[in-house]
Structure formats: structure tokens, C-alpha cells
Design a protein around this ligand. Structure first.
Ligand code: C5P
Length: 240
């Protein structure tokens, strides 16, 4: 039985190939429920691989961050909505019409697939942001994108743990909050806006996306247990 803390963890399956992914998924069976497939494995395995993962009793989070004209996104969502996928990402920067059309596509097919809007990538620091968005405060963009996601009535948001207080000032606070950029201790990779699992849960995250802290650990199961225990502490804090 998956407990509440395990259920809040989404493992990012950012591994080299399908064989390695299958091996990892069988090692971790019963330890968590949600797994995230990104562009790389989706390119290699497509829908049949997603079905294989679902048959192992995992829920699939397909992280394609769709960002295109509304009609193109709607057609892509329609193609995916009936496949039993738990959640699909769209980019919040795509704007209201794109998000509304995506939802219309999902609703037309009638599947259960959650649509999650990415606010600002967790790898963006202020310097990278300013370079492509001169004169716009990141916090203003976050608020605007979270509000547009709520107005378009999609199901959730993807944001940095550090952005949760800002998001919670907007209508976006009522959406499911899926939070990458989780680091149990200080790390030196491309993630810029991070928090530990307990802090992210305390700040209002509903699900945590974790990749490298588990994938690159010498003992992946032990690393997973450490993270789940920290999630448990965060949940306990919320109850008290
Ligand atoms: O290895 P790490 O824990 O940094 O993995 C985080 C995962 O979350 C990656 O697969 C990355 O693509 C994804 N992600 C992110 N920031 C977002 C949305 C998704 O890091 N805003």
C-alpha cells in the first residue's frame, strides 16, 4: 500500500534508455506511485512505453511542456487524452487561448488527464530571465501565468518551491501545485530555485518532482526513503 507521503512523490525518469528505465521501475515498485516521463523517453518509447509503465501500476506524468498555437496544442491534447495518462504539462507562457483550447480538447475526449501549466522553469535565475524577458519582474510573470491557468480552468500548476508564496496570492492557489527543484541538501547543478522536501510541502506543494537526487544517488532506494521521510515531516507539520 502506498502511503500519503509516497503518493506525493513524482520520480522524474530522466534516464538514458528504456532498459534502464524498466529496471529502475521494477526496483522501486511499491515505493511510489507517480513517475514523470520527459521528452527523451517519450521520443524513444512513445505511447506503448507509457502503457507498459501503467501496467506496472504507476501513474504517468507526461512532461512535454506543450507551447504552440492553440489549435496545434488542442490536437496534441486530443491525441493524448484517451491514453490513461495521469497528467500532461503545457507551458503557461502559451497564453489563455492555448490553455483554454487544450482543456476543450481534453474535455472533448473525456479522459481524466490533468492539465498542468508550467509557470517559469525552475532552472531560470534572474540573469537568464532578464535576458529573454527584459523589464519584466519574474514575480509579475509568475502571478500572471498562475492567474491565466486558473482562469482557463486547467487543473494545476508546475512551479518552483520558492514561488509558492507568490502563487498563493493568486487564484492559482486553488489549483494542484506540482513542484520540481527539490534538493534534500545543497547541490550544484542547473536547478536555481530549490527547496528541501519538507519546506516545499510546508509551503503548499501537493506533489514534488524529484529526479537527480534519487537517480544519481549511490543507493537510490535509500535516497527515496530520505525524501519520503522529509515529505512525511512536512505533512505532520501541516497537521499540527
Ligand atoms: O533532476 P531534477 O530533480 O532537477 O529533475 C527535475 C525534473 O523536473 C526534470 O525532469 C525537469 O525537466 C522537470 N521540471 C523542472 N522545472 C519545471 C518543470 C519541470 O525542473 N518548471
Amino acid at each position: 500500500m502506498i502511503n500519503e507521503a509516497q503518493n506525493k512523490l513524482i520520480l522524474a525518469l530522466d534516464v538514458e534508455n528504456l532498459t534502464e528505465c524498466r529496471q529502475l521501475l521494477s526496483e522501486l515498485q511499491g515505493e511510489l506511485k507517480h513517475v514523470k516521463i520527459g521528452h527523451q523517453l517519450y521520443a524513444k518509447g512513445g505511447i506503448p512505453f507509457l502503457k507498459e509503465i501503467m501496467a506496472m501500476d504507476y501513474k504517468v506524468f507526461l512532461d512535454l511542456k506543450l507551447h504552440d498555437i492553440p489549435n496545434t496544442v488542442r490536437m496534441a491534447v486530443e491525441a493524448l487524452a484517451g491514453e490513461g495518462i495521469w497528467a500532461l504539462t503545457l507551458h503557461g507562457a502559451g497564453g489563455r487561448a492555448m490553455l483554454e483550447d487544450a482543456k476543450a480538447g481534453r474535455d472533448k475526449v473525456g479522459g481524466e488527464m490533468n492539465l498542468l501549466g508550467v509557470t517559469v522553469l525552475t532552472s531560470m535565475n534572474n540573469e537568464l530571465w532578464e535576458e529573454v524577458t527584459p523589464g519584466c519582474a519574474m514575480s509579475d510573470a509568475l502571478k500572471a501565468r498562475a492567474t491565466v491557468c486558473a482562469d482557463a480552468e486547467i487543473d494545476g500548476l508546475v512551479c518552483s518551491p520558492l514561488d509558492l508564496p507568490i502563487i498563493n496570492e493568486t487564484k492559482g492557489k486553488n489549483l494542484i501545485k506540482v513542484v520540481p527543484g527539490i534538493r534534500p541538501s545543497a547541490g550544484g547543478d542547473d536547478q536555481a530555485r530549490t527547496a528541501n522536501p519538507k519546506g516545499a510541502i510546508m509551503a503548499g506543494a501537493d506533489f514534488l518532482v524529484v529526479g537527480r537526487p534519487i537517480l544519481k544517488a549511490p543507493d537510490r532506494l535509500a535516497a527515496l526513503h530520505t525524501i519520503v521521510n522529509e515529505i512525511k515531516e512536512g505533512l505532520q507539520w501541516k497537521e499540527d
